[in-house]
Design a protein around this ligand. Structure first.
Ligand SMILES: *Cc1c(COP(=O)(O)O)cnc(C)c1O
Length: 347
């Protein structure tokens, strides 16, 4: 294929090492939902399996895709519950309504999801006692192994510290009853204050920090690059227009390259990976003067000649000097929207 996503395993492992060093003896849940943030749930989970403690997914479907003996935390309470659950599956309960999905007298492992301010999912703290009593009396085959919540505003350190403190007060009531408590996702893991505020927890859940979207401040690196090979090159012979709608002019002598990817590959939807704040600011200023781009050849910016079409994009190669027939362009876009059919190369 001429359009692919490369995953650098060394960087992935280095990110895990950084996370491991930061969290000490807490268990690491590698969050591989959303097809491992677009990087391929099969490949990613295979390569990191021996380096993490659990996997985290959003749905039962995703759990079923994992070939692992490690525990899998299914983080969505809206997931369907199988009648013969695998012994490494851990389900999430977030309300009384969930309970009738569980088959009586079948062993299930669960974590309870607590709402601590996001108002998305989760049970309210004042209902927790009742839920635990209900579970104990009516569902003795369901084993509650954990209590967790989610940080939804972790860039606001002060507010998040309060949220963690509140979660801590709740957890303290259940020490000795529930063995695992967790609340930190990537932003919490890479922040010293939040990490220390959550010292009472014994599990962390890392997604963005695994793949390089969070944590550049502590040395986390982006693990992927999205690349496309120029599949055709030609030189414009006479001045004219290029692309749909004849909106953009091209001059004779312009060297055109065709990339085999376009809007269907979400080329116009860019979730930038933050590399450096100063650089980002400079980029913003520069893009006022010079057109901005998301395409690079050997680090040098390359510009589109017109807006991307459904499955191809025309780029300007006029000033690109190369003898190589293979021009490989790197696209600076997020991995999250990558279609699962896009080839992944784990190098
Ligand atoms: C997606 C998700 C995570 C991972 O969050 P990151 O910010 O990517 O680390 C952690 N916990 C829950 C409940 C999630 O849904």
């Amino acid at each position: 294929m001429d359009f692919w996503c490369e995953v650098d395993k060394k960087k992935l492992y280095s990110n895990i090492d950084i996370i491991r060093n930061r969290v000490g003896d807490k268990k690491i849940v590698a969050v591989v939902k959303g097809n491992a943030y677009g990087l391929g749930i099969g490949g990613i989970s295979k390569y990191i399996e021996s380096k993490v403690d659990l996997f985290g997914v959003a749905t039962l479907d995703e759990a079923n895709k994992l070939k692992t003996q490690k525990d899998i935390l299914i983080m969505s309470p809206v997931c369907s519950i199988p009648t013969t659950p695998k012994s490494n599956y851990i389900f999430t309960i977030d309300s009384f309504n969930d309970l009738n999905k569980f088959k009586k007298n079948t062993k299930y492992r669960v974590h309870i999801y607590l709402d601590s301010g996001m108002n998305r999912l989760g049970i309210k703290a004042n209902e927790l006692d009742k839920l635990l009593t209900d579970l104990k009396e009516n569902y003795p085959s369901i084993k509650v192994e954990g209590l967790y919540t989610h940080l939804h505003n972790a860039t606001n350190i002060e507010e998040t510290k309060k949220q963690i403190f509140m979660f801590r007060n709740i957890c303290e009531k259940y020490i000795g009853i529930i063995p695992n408590f967790h609340c930190l996702n990537s932003k919490g893991i890479v922040n010293d204050e939040l990490l220390s505020e959550a010292s009472f927890t014994n599990i962390v859940r890392a997604g963005n920090a695994l793949y390089g979207y969070d944590g550049t401040n502590v040395g986390i690196q982006k693990v992927f690059s999205i690349k496309a090979k120029v599949i055709k090159q030609y030189t414009i012979e006479t001045d004219g227009y290029i692309g749909y709608g004849a909106k953009r002019k091209v001059k004779a002598g312009t060297k055109v390259g065709v990339l085999p990817c376009g809007t269907i590959d979400k080329l116009t939807y860019i979730k930038n990976v933050k590399t450096n704040m100063v650089k980002d600011c400079l980029k913003a200023v520069k893009s006022h003067i010079k057109p901005s781009t998301y395409m690079y050849y050997k680090g040098k910016p390359i510009f589109e000649l017109c807006t991307p079409n459904m499955n191809c994009t025309l780029i300007d190669l006029t000033n690109i000097e190369t003898d190589s027939k293979d021009i490989i362009v790197e696209l600076s876009m997020g991995s999250i929207l990558l279609d699962s059919s896009i080839e992944k190369r784990y190098i």
